[in-house]
Design a protein around this ligand. Structure first.
Ligand code: NAD
Length: 326
């Protein structure tokens, strides 16, 4: 049984709270949030801040606004708690570097909340990769329409409401999880529909140390069925269509995600490949991520989404933000 503190019980924090409370091997030790209404969400003790509060716990889930991640983590690390920190790990690379150094000094772990790494179909896709021979190309489409009300929140009206930091960062982390180190990225962006002062659609090309080339097309102005959340049904707020959002091709086969259709056996373009479906487990990514966090705290598992991985995804995301400025 692991005792976890939750800091920040907003949009994503409330989902963590529910998953911790429902899990037979996790206990919610306390919730930290300056919003007094949060106490109504749980029977666990609720406090406005961590300062001067005595709590017996094994770790903390930090789901505060990004700019507060570092201060909350410092407080937690000083108590010897490992932390599952929502993505992005921090607002900038210097803060991420300080947090990684602090974790080492306090001998605690950082996990970064790129929860797609725990999606059972993502893990099945990753495990099936050797069956494609040498992976050569990958292409992702994330083409959704965000409701108008989404932009009514003041901080989302400008660049921070653009889909790069909020959404494309997940695609960048997914690609690195599957294909390893990105060696270069280029891209273009625009704002042809809403014409607000932020990028709303664009395209990226990434190269990997293996030689693989990946493309990512993204838009938040297009009500299409194509996108990771549409395809997997992973987010309760985004409609489930089941359509593929990622295609991978290699020297011996091809794979579509999330259908996990694997095509193999075609010798060249005159020869039709045969389709089969790769099996995958069931499971909720956020729950599997919490279980992994408990395993890391216990010393039974090595972090699959550590602070350095989170920092690298942040670095790439900031670069893509720069490249796609309209
Ligand atoms: N993994 C994902 O898919 C995903 C999705 C959404 C958000 N996020 C990330 O999660 C974090 C939170 O985003 P959100 O959309 O839930 O925000 P939110 O604004 O809905 O919730 C933030 C909560 O933190 C509380 N809070 C503010 N300062 C605090 C502090 N110092 N200590 C404790 N609590 C504090 C607020 O009162 C609020 O309840 C961000 O880093 C965001 O990027 C990740």
């Amino acid at each position: 049984m692991k005792r976890l503190v939750l800091a920040g019980a907003g949009a994503i924090g409330a989902r963590h709270l529910k998953h911790i409370e429902e899990h037979p091997e996790l206990t919610l030790a306390a919730v930290i949030d300056p919003n007094p209404d949060v106490a109504k969400l749980t029977a666990a003790p609720a406090h406005p801040s961590l300062q001067n509060i005595d709590i017996e716990a094994d770790g903390i889930v930090i789901a505060t606004p990004t700019q507060d991640h570092e201060a909350t983590f410092n407080e937690a690390a000083a108590r010897g708690w490992s932390a599952l920190i929502e993505k992005p790990i921090a607002s900038d690379l210097l803060a991420a570097d300080r947090m990684i150094a602090k974790a080492a000094a306090c001998d605690v772990h950082i996990l970064t909340g790129h929860h797609r790494r725990f999606h059972p179909k993502v893990q099945a896709m990753r495990a099936a990769l050797p069956r494609l021979g040498q992976p050569v190309l990958a292409t992702i489409i994330w083409s959704v329409k965000k409701p108008a009300g989404y932009f009514d929140v003041p901080w989302r009206s400008g660049a921070d409401g653009a889909p790069v930091r909020m959404n494309v960062s997940h695609e960048l982390d997914l690609l690195q999880f599957i294909f390893g180190e990105v060696t270069a990225v280029t891209g273009l962006g625009g704002n042809p529909v809403r014409k607000a002062a932020r990028v709303e659609s664009g395209g990226l090309v990434l190269s990997f140390a293996s030689g693989l080339i990946a493309t990512v097309a993204f838009a938040d102005t297009t009500p299409s069925p194509f996108g990771f959340e549409h395809g997997t049904g992973e987010n309760p707020n985004i409609a489930h269509t089941g359509e593929n959002s990622m295609l991978i091709t290699g020297t011996a086969g091809a794979l579509a995600f999330p259908s996990l259709t694997l095509w193999r056996g075609g010798k060249d373009w005159g020869d039709a490949p045969i389709a089969e479906t790769v099996p995958s487990d069931d499971g909720v990514p956020l729950v599997r991520q919490l279980e992994h966090f408990a395993g890391v705290i216990a010393g039974d598992e090595k972090p699959l989404n550590d602070g350095n991985a989170g920092r690298r995804t942040l670095e790439l995301t900031l670069e893509v933000e720069r490249l796609t400025l309209p």
